[in-house]
Design a protein around this ligand. Structure first.
Ligand SMILES: C[S@@+](CC[C@H](N)C(=O)[O-])C[C@H]1O[C@@H](n2cnc3c(N)ncnc32)[C@H](O)[C@@H]1O
Length: 239
């Protein structure tokens, strides 16, 4: 039987609380690998439209890079690698020389990321904890759509790892849960979702995601939660 949100999601869906019982289809290790590959590629389109990283690069990443204009950025939970590639392109167009390392513990994500390499990007199968254990450091650590994905204990470890890995700043960006975010995505996602998990997983992700106040309550000392538009929340830590 199809779940309510896979058929024709209509409000009222209860968005007053996070629904952490929902699991994304792409997290199923037995999901259709062709649909998964299409999903990783299509998330590049979705992220370009909704994630607001072009602005976050200018407001939060660029100012935290070394004054030399050269730097190393880490994309934790890089998925198909589109944010890492975009950061390298934006850095070059703004006169910076930035190497971006994308890591993800899921080998299927790294296989997808490796199919679209760009000079200045490197992809590795690793978790944030692996990099801490290896003693790695980066100027700026970023992530996209990872916070909502994790359980409470995993998220605490992820936040602590990311702060240890960053010399200057951590910027985690995610969806900000709201009725308008859900409604907009339900209306627009069919345009880009054919043959992928983009629609179902996106709607589930919105239901799992945080409001600014919820995220603020979850963050340890030294972190701030900020609203970014449209429909985004940032967790930022200056290290
Ligand atoms: C919802 S996906 C987001 C993928 C990509 N950033 C995007 O926006 O399309 C979350 C990713 O975080 C990864 N992840 C989970 N825990 C992690 C950790 N501790 N370190 C690095 N990546 C992690 C998962 O394997 C998964 O690929």
């Amino acid at each position: 039987m199809r779940r309510h949100d896979e058929a024709a999601p209509r409000l009222p869906v209860d968005l007053s609380v996070r629904d952490t019982t929902l699991r994304e289809l792409m997290d199923d290790p037995d999901c259709d690998p062709r649909a998964l590959h299409r999903t990783f590629r299509r998330f590049a389109v979705v992220n370009a439209l909704v994630s607001g990283w072009r602005t976050a690069w200018r407001t939060h990443v660029m100012p935290a890079l070394p004054p030399t204009g050269r730097g190393r950025v880490l994309d934790l939970g890089c998925g198909g690698g589109d944010l890492a590639r975009a950061l390298v392109r934006w850095a070059a167009s703004d006169g910076f020389d930035v190497e971006v390392v994308g890591v993800d513990p899921d080998p299927r994500a790294i296989a997808a990321a490796d199919r679209s390499r760009l000079p200045g990007t490197t992809f590795r199968q690793a978790s944030s904890g692996d990099l801490v254990a290896d003693g790695e450091r980066f100027d700026v650590v970023v992530s996209n759509h990872v916070l909502h994905h994790l359980g409470d204990d995993e998220r605490s470890g992820f936040l602590a790892d990311s702060a240890r890995l960053a010399r200057s700043r951590v910027v985690h960006s995610d969806i900000r849960r709201s009725r308008s975010a859900y409604r907009s995505y339900a209306l627009a996602s069919p345009l880009v979702a054919a043959g992928t998990f983009v629609r179902v997983d996106g709607l589930r992700s919105i239901r799992r995601s945080f409001t600014v106040d919820e995220l603020r309550r979850e963050l340890p000392a030294g972190w701030v939660a900020e609203a970014a538009s449209p429909h985004r929340v940032l967790a930022v830590c200056d290290t």
